[in-house]
Design a protein around this ligand. Structure first.
Ligand code: NI
Length: 252
């Protein structure tokens, strides 16, 4: 099993990172994409991946990072990618949940990262929150040139098919286990198995029965179990398929 999206370098894990990794291995979670999203976290992801062989680092600029220093941030990312081995660009994307005031800068940063992913032939890890139309319209401009994943996807099934048509995969996380999560469950049931990835996005969005508590990568098994049940297939079949998809997409 692979957790395709985690932030295990966050300080919530400082006290027990070794135990977290141990719990992963006990649950047959053997590979983890360690996702950077800022100057500091891109470096932490790289540093942790050198220390623990379970991790595969990525680097990106999160839409929350869209401020007046964006040109410097883009320059730093370009420099970082040119010097270090990463497995994906991101997370990046569009997020209007808290503000739309920086929409223009968000779009510029996102497009720069799409261009980088094309230049280096790397997949994108895409964050989208309350911004479906703009995210889709930007990605559509690059149809045929991009690959990547809509991470912790929470949109409609209809839009999931549209993103798949652009060449992207769909990743589901903890919310698919929530009782009232109608849309993620619809997506889990219906999208082609060869387009599906699983993730935790830890420390956020812990699956049931840990909802509201700290999430960790070993809980990706609970996400996978829920999706296997929804699709009426075995856990093993789900595990094999998502593992294959993740390995192929990120070239692990
Ligand atoms: Ni994340």
């Amino acid at each position: 099993m692979i957790d395709s999206h985690s932030h295990l370098f966050e300080e919530e894990f400082n006290i027990d990172i070794e135990d977290c990794i141990k719990r992963c291995k006990e649950n047959n979670v053997n590979k983890i994409l360690l996702v950077g999203f800022s100057y500091d976290t891109n470096r932490k992801a790289l540093e942790y991946s050198k220390k623990y062989d379970i991790f595969y680092p990525t680097a990106g600029i999160h839409p929350d990072e869209a401020d007046d220093n964006y040109l410097e941030k883009i320059k730093d990312l370009k420099d970082f990618i040119s010097k270090n081995k990463v497995y994906a660009i991101g997370e990046c994307g569009i997020d209007y949940h808290y503000t739309k005031e920086n929409a223009l800068i968000q779009k510029i940063i996102f497009k720069e990262q799409i261009e980088l992913s094309i230049k280096y032939n790397l997949p994108l890890i895409i964050h989208m929150r309350d911004a479906t139309a703009d995210t889709f319209n930007i990605l559509k401009e690059y149809k045929g040139k991009i690959k990547g994943v809509m991470h912790c996807y929470s949109g409609s099934l209809e839009m999931a098919y549209e993103f798949i048509k652009l060449g992207l995969h769909i990743s589901l996380g903890g919310p698919v286990t929530f009782k009232n999560a109608k849309e993620p469950k619809e997506v889990a049931k219906n999208i082609p198995l060869d387009k599906l990835l699983v993730e935790t996005d830890c420390p956020f969005l812990a699956p049931t029965p840990f909802r509201g508590k700290r999430n960790e990568s070993s809980y990706v098994t609970l996400v996978a179990k829920e999706i296997a049940d929804l699709r009426k297939i075995s856990y093993q079949e789900l595990e094999e398929a998502t593992e294959k998809n993740t390995k192929e997409l990120f070239n692990l």
